[in-house]
Design a protein around this ligand. Structure first.
Ligand code: SAM
Ligand code: DTB
Ligand code: SF4
Length: 333
């Protein structure tokens, strides 16, 4: 789609826009089902890059403690718990510029992927830049989707990051597409960009071939010590408009209401789900930033009659804590 087409959708009167996006959602998705994804930072902090929003960049003093790469055993343990708690997607993130085939750390990530892939969840990784070889190795190990966000418009990108380019991001996405892994790609709003920048970002996403499998929409978590620490929260109606426009433009993509939910009201999140968001990160931590805890999400989804997406394999397993099952929220407790 072109920017002009997207702008026409985005500028539709608010209630007409969300009515249309809800209809698009209903035509393509199981009604009222939300995918729960667990995020795990498998290597934290000390990153060479200067992304202005990120607490893990070594260039800023943010209070994030550097941690070395987790072992496959430790990662597998967390993944097993995530599955028991109802997650159907497990996403492993690493704070580094990129990965190289043959590097022992990359070999260790491949082993972690092989283990998680056997648990019957979607396996997602976000490891920064990669080439064709690395993409094929990840696909072979069992990765379903590679998360690599374009984050903002091509025009705004250089004001946020200077250590790599927007084109570098697109090149990695090209290698992921070639390997057969799905692309999970979205962005962040609240970086000081305009609403037009957001639509220009969406224009790039809608022109991917194949279309992205999922689109994370992050609202900036302003991390102390980063250049963007003082950014104001995003206007909720602008967020809902963007989600609705994304749902209409990419009807088959999972639209993930990602970082920043701790700064949204429950009513705001409800509007995002109505407008077509159908996936969230679940658990009290994102990579380093806060996320609403399990209890808050349990309560929110129950209040909205939203059901977590059922696991893909085997029986609906009883909740790890209560060993009860049978209600729509049992596995979330
Ligand atoms: N290093 C890899 C990369 O840059 O692709 C993977 C990890 S990186 C932390 C993954 C994504 O998290 C970023 O592209 C960005 O969209 C999101 N992110 C990072 N810090 C954020 C923040 N403070 N608020 C919202 N989203 C953030
Ligand atoms: C994405 O788009 N959002 C997630 C996931 N992909 C890797 C990361 C959000 C990070 C929020 C900031 C933090 O936790 O440090
Ligand atoms: Fe590094 Fe990724 Fe953070 Fe940028 S977003 S500083 S590449 S971890």
């Amino acid at each position: 789609m072109t920017y002009t087409q997207l702008k026409a959708i985005y500028d539709t009167p608010f209630f007409d826009l969300i009515t249309r996006s809800r209809a698009t959602y209903l035509a393509h998705w199981k009604e009222n089902e939300v995918q729960l994804c667990t995020l795990l930072s498998i290597k934290t902090g000390g990153c060479s890059e200067d992304c202005g929003y990120c607490a893990q960049s070594a260039r800023y003093t943010t209070g994030v403690q550097r941690e070395s790469l987790m072992t496959p055993e430790a990662i597998e343990e967390v993944a097993v718990r995530a599955r028991a708690n109802g997650s159907t997607r497990f996403c492993m993130g690493a704070a580094w510029k990129g990965v190289k085939s043959g590097d022992p750390r990359f070999e260790s990530v491949l082993e972690s992927v092989r283990r998680v892939a056997q648990l019957g969840m979607e396996v997602c990784v976000t490891l920064g830049q990669l080439g064709e070889t690395e993409a094929h190795e990840l696909k072979k190990a069992g990765v379903t989707a590679y998360n690599h966000n374009i984050d903002t418009s091509p025009e705004h990108y250089p004001s946020i990051v200077t250590t790599h380019t927007f084109q570098d991001r697109l090149d990695t996405i090209g290698h992921v597409q070639k390997s057969g892994m799905s692309v999970c790609c979205g962005g962040i709003i609240g970086l000081g960009e305009t609403e037009d920048d957001r639509l220009k970002m969406l224009e790039v996403l809608t022109n991917f071939s194949p279309a992205p499998e999922s689109v994370p929409i992050n609202c900036l978590m302003p991390m102390p010590g980063t250049p963007l620490e003082d950014q104001a929260p995003v206007d909720i109606f602008q967020l809902v408009r963007l989600i609705a426009t994304t749902r209409i433009a990419l009807p088959k993509a999972k639209v993930r209401l990602s970082a920043g939910r701790t700064r949204l009201s429950q009513e705001g999140q409800a509007m995002c789900f109505f407008a077509g968001a159908n996936s969230i990160f679940y658990g009290d931590k994102l990579l380093t930033a806060a996320n609403p805890g399990k209890d808050a999400d349990h309560q929110l989804l129950a209040a909205l009659d939203l059901k977590p997406q059922m696991p893909f394999t085997g029986e609906h397993s009883p909740c790890a804590e209560t060993q009860e099952c049978g209600t729509k929220m049992a596995c979330l407790t």
